[in-house]
Ligand binder design. Sequence first.
Ligand code: ZN
Length: 220
Amino acid sequence: MRCITKVEEPAILRDNAAQWLQDFLADPQDGVKRYRYRHPQIKSSLKLETCDKCIYCESRIGHNTPGDIEHKVPTAKDPNRHFQWSNLSIACTECNRRKNDFYSEHDGFLDPYEDNIDDFLEHHGPVVVSKTGAQRGEVCVNILELCSPKRLALVSQKILKLTELQNLLERFNAAQPGPLKEVLKRQLVQMASVGSEYSAMVRAALIAKGYGPLLDPPAP
Ligand SMILES: [Zn+2]
């Protein structure tokens, strides 16, 4: 999970959210009225701000990992936020299904748009755990089963990513100073950047191996 910045509300939602909400509240079982948030303009804005990734596990949304529009505060808890731009995001089907209608008023679910995620979660290889005492992080990891044998597909994908990282690091270390080393360095930085899959894990792995200065070069 990485911090995310909301992009501008798409015009279709800005112009229609109030009416759509009124229609939905009057007839909540009507599929057309309920799912108007699936409009292509809304989905493309959400994909832009999430870099096409699940906001919780950072899996790339694609053919193997279908994604759903996620209501951060579930509609079952607050129907008035059903079409609210700040409440909409994208999660993979696996995270979405697990979070479902979970909501805690006092101990809100981790929100990558609002919370500094690094204060709550840490990565040890493919394992993500809550920081000591970070109860909201612990709730999030447990509800999403981010660190559970029940999510073997996710853990396997993360291990593959770490293998890719290791191979790249070996090539980087073996390269003589020059253009090739620069290209490999750029690839390493890219793998840890916010748009890349499992970037929080990759970034943590690079820092743990002593490559932090590559990612955050000291000021000249
Ligand atoms: Zn996910």
